[in-house]
Design a protein around this ligand. Sequence first.
Ligand code: URP
Ligand code: ZN
Ligand code: ZN
Length: 482
Amino acid sequence: MTDDFDLVIRGGTVVTAAEQFRADVGISGGRIAAVGASLAGARVLDAGGLLVLPGGVDTHCHIEQLQADGGADEETWETGSRSALAGGTTSVVSFSTQFKGRAIGPSLAEYRRRAGQAMVDYAFHQIVTDPTDAVLNELPGIIASGVRSLKAFLTYDPLRLDDRQYLRVLAAARRHGALVTVHCENYDAIGWMTEALLAAGLTAPQYHAWSRPPVLEREATHRAIALAELVDQPIQVFHVSCPEAADEIARARLRGVRVWGETCPQYFVLSAADMDRPGFEGAKFMCSPAPRDAAATAGLWEAIRLGTLDVVSSDHSGWSYDGPRGKRVNGADASFRDIPNGVPGLASRLPILWSEGVATGRIGLSDFVRLTATQPARLFGLHPRKGSVMPGADADLVLWDPARRTTLTNALMQHVIDYTPYEGLAVTGWPVATVRRGEVVMQDGRVTAQPGSGQYLPVGPYDMIAPRGVLAHGFDPAAACS
Ligand code: URP
Ligand code: ZN
Ligand code: ZN
């Protein structure tokens, strides 16, 4: 045998979104060069008894996200990358922000600068909070630079867009060939519910869930889709937490609307009851939409099986419990309204989905790969470079032990955040090694990648997010006005 490849992953079972088979994987120049039998390499990584999966692609995580005051999330590109690699994720899509009253350009430039420390490969979503004419004029250049998804929040001050602003973002995306991702909850109704709860003295973390019940997620999901349909602009609905919202997506898909749905591990293993833990502990489980109950979780699995929800992302949020911008920033007895939302989950995404999905028989191995790598890569224009095990693709791979039992602890997460909402959760299935562009960057939990070794992934035009060409009366409002 001659050393045909730089590295050979030998003796594992390769799992793709379509099939599973025994094969060696030969890697040269950071790419997969061959998938076959008896390959020889200068270096060999033994995958006997393990699965060989495409590296995870996490298309929704908040890493070192900039804040209006010039600061940023506590989770830096370096620490977030470490956590991602520890958990078997090799590519992420994180968020550049636009601040109301300000241009996108300087903020995106600063975000790019910070991302220079990444150890995973990365692309960006662009949050648009203030679609003025000036900002819309910036968008063609920003999209052309490879930031090909725009993020719209339908709730949260100061990020939310009203319907007219959301339409302007949809229309800009349609004109310039971008996808729109949407946080769907009803802003005014949440504000009204919050006022009522606080007036009744119901301020503890558990009332976060009461302030935003599923009906408000369903309404906003319906509206987000309806307006996208009006403009004929494809969208992805972020972090679907309940079957009511998933049903809106399913109904639209039956009409042929280009809408996709994402969900997250927190909605499989957390519930509203977690926010009712003693003292202020419940704050650790607060995210939006709120975790629901067992019936909602069962409904989400059904939506995954039906294909309505086809991406599982972490929605990793970079706030600690005690940190300077963390859950207790407004004191340990702050009302739920004043507690930052979001839970960390970069490293726990794959183990929780495997444990809750594959190990329980709810989904198959190839479904797991499709949900966590292949479909997110496709939907965000990164495929086939990312999310697949095929010659020519980047050699991003995870060696996965499907039977390994692990009890999650915050130390295992390797993030900068001072807690995990999954402390003590027993999971089956674990990443034993992570390979990023042919380099073994994690083995047995030890991450060896260098800061700055991640690559920016500019996203060019791709067919999947093309409009359908279905417009009421054949009139294209996006072409006629902003
Ligand atoms: O609670 C959440 N999800 N925080 C992160 C920001 C967002 O809404 O995605
Ligand atoms: Zn959101
Ligand atoms: Zn998010």
